[in-house]
Ligand binder design. Structure first.
Ligand SMILES: Nc1nc2c(ncn2[C@@H]2O[C@H](COP(=O)(O)OP(=O)(O)OP(=O)(O)O)[C@@H](O)[C@H]2O)c(=O)[nH]1
Ligand SMILES: [Mg+2]
Length: 329
């Protein structure tokens, strides 16, 4: 960690005498953002006029002059930077930033100006009545990026009931009371750490508020987005939903095989055995009415479609059952 020396002799308006206790720490992960960081800092400083704040930049061994560019911007808040020796990614950078944050509130914001820092002011206001404030995005980025984003959002709502009531659980911008994030430093390992933080808050019964924000496409520098992040998020989704779907599919297949073997002896009662075999190992994750509704819908679909679609009916019925298991929990 280093305090970034400032050119132009400005010492900042806030850290005058005694310990500096900022109202807000803004954590900014950077990788090759020399063109954006000065714009971001200037916009932050303007947006946070009158708020004692600090910025913690966590730079991942950028190949350009990101940190020098940051040091050249005179701002009123305190600027600190962590220069990591090697690139280990944005999630671990947020965790490092959080560990260094000394503000009463902490915000994470990207350096690329897709979210304009002026929204932080409104989020800080909203934090008076909430533990964590999430930016609900109105997306103006190009269609392919928007589609990935929308897909991730919808799947998250389908698979993670605790996040269903949020408009945008996959947002990349939050502002929280520092205390609401205590203990998260070591657990921000997923590709979308902010979504994980929101889930953690929801599970602990903390108050989550949302504020609308426009997202503009980046105009400077290059995106770090990689298609493999999509796969990494699919994994995170499984994790956040306790791997219910893969578990359910495995258990349902095993139960169906047992019920089939028993059906000559037990007749229709083998259906009850099949249901019991599915419910028993998963009852912590699944309510009985959910299982019964999914089974009823899938059987109806199978019977109705069989004459028209033959074996396809089995696939449709299975997909319906799985979707209902996810949606009704
Ligand atoms: N510390 C650190 N920051 C990173 C890394 N990769 C990206 N970032 C920063 O994380 C923020 C978001 O990265 P972007 O490249 O804009 O990724 P994105 O917003 O998912 O993708 P776009 O939609 O293309 O903008 C920016 O501030 C980047 O500089 C990394 O490996 N380490
Ligand atoms: Mg971006």
């Amino acid at each position: 960690m280093m305090a970034v020396p400032r050119r132009g002799g400005t010492a900042g308006d806030f850290p005058t005498q005694g310990p500096f206790s900022p109202e807000l720490t803004v954590v900014v992960p950077t990788y090759n953002e020399e063109r954006n960081v000065p714009r971001l800092l200037a916009a932050l400083d303007e947006a946070l006029d009158g708020v004692p704040y600090e910025v913690v930049i966590v730079d991942d061994a950028s190949a350009d002059r990101t940190l020098d560019a940051a040091a050249g911007v005179p701002i009123r808040g305190r600027l600190r930077a962590v220069r990591k020796p090697a690139r280990t990614g944005k999630p671990s950078s947020l965790a490092i930033g959080l560990a260094h944050a000394e503000g009463r509130h902490v915000a994470f914001i990207d350096a690329d100006m897709e979210y304009h820092p002026r929204v932080l002011r409104e989020m800080l206001r909203a934090a008076a009545h909430a533990d964590i404030v999430a930016a609900r995005r109105r997306d103006r980025r190009p269609l392919p990026r928007r589609l990935t984003s929308t897909g991730a959002r919808l799947l998250t709502k389908l698979l993670v009931p605790e996040l269903r009531r949020l408009g945008d659980p996959t947002t990349e911008l939050v502002l929280a009371r520092r205390g609401a994030l205590d203990g998260l430093e070591g657990r921000l390992t997923h590709i979308k750490p902010i979504t994980y933080a929101l889930l953690d808050a929801a599970r602990r019964g903390l108050r989550i508020a949302e504020v609308d924000v426009d997202v503009e496409p980046r105009t400077q520098g290059t995106s770090s987005f990689r298609p493999r992040w999509v796969l990494a998020y699919a994994r995170q989704l499984m994790d956040m939903s306790n791997w219910l779907l893969p578990k359910y599919i495995a258990v349902a297949l095993a139960a169906a095989a047992v019920a089939r073997a028993l059906s000559p002896i037990l007749g229709a009662a083998s259906l009850a055995v099949s249901l019991a075999l599915r419910y028993a190992p998963l009852r912590r994750h699944l309510r009985l009415p959910t299982l019964l509704a999914a089974e009823a819908a899938s059987t109806t679909a199978k019977l109705a479609l069989m004459p028209l679609a033959g074996p396809m009916a089995l696939a449709v019925a299975a997909a319906l059952e799985i979707a209902l298991i996810a949606a009704l929990r």
